[in-house]
Unconditional design. Structure first.
Length: 132
């Protein structure tokens, strides 16, 4: 436990839901290769939350924010990206990892929005607004 707190700081508490999630998947008797992407996405969420804690210099338990992993991953990414691009990248990767973990896709809602825009563009009163 102390080693996990050294590596991840407060994000180490996310290993508890990870083990519960892994036990749940094993309880359903799913093969490990079927759920491998979900487990790796969950581990990615833990690493990304450690990076977020280090980026914002926040730690609710007053340890070293982000831990060893958060500090080194952030410094590696900052060598290639600036601060704002890093924040966009980290939040985007966190959203992708969460979607992979729970297997919930927003594509249905994107499809509904595209259909609404197509419907509005097919109306006669909007044609002068977008034609040249």
């Amino acid at each position: 436990a102390a080693f996990l707190f050294y590596l991840f700081a407060s994000a180490a508490f996310l290993w508890i839901p990870f083990y519960i999630f892994a036990a749940y998947l094993l309880f359903l008797k799913k093969h490990i290769w079927v759920v491998c992407e979900r487990l790796s996405a969950f581990i990615g969420c833990i690493v990304l939350s450690s990076v977020m804690l280090y980026m914002h210099q926040y730690d609710p338990l007053n340890f070293f924010p982000g831990g060893f992993i958060g500090m080194h991953v952030t410094s590696f990414l900052l060598s290639m990206l600036d601060v704002y691009t890093l924040q966009i990248f980290i939040y985007s990767m966190m959203l992708i990892a969460c979607i992979l973990c729970v297997q919930f896709s927003f594509i249905r809602y994107v499809h509904y929005m595209v259909c609404c825009v197509q419907f509005l563009l097919s109306r006669r009163f909007l044609k002068p607004a977008y034609t040249i």
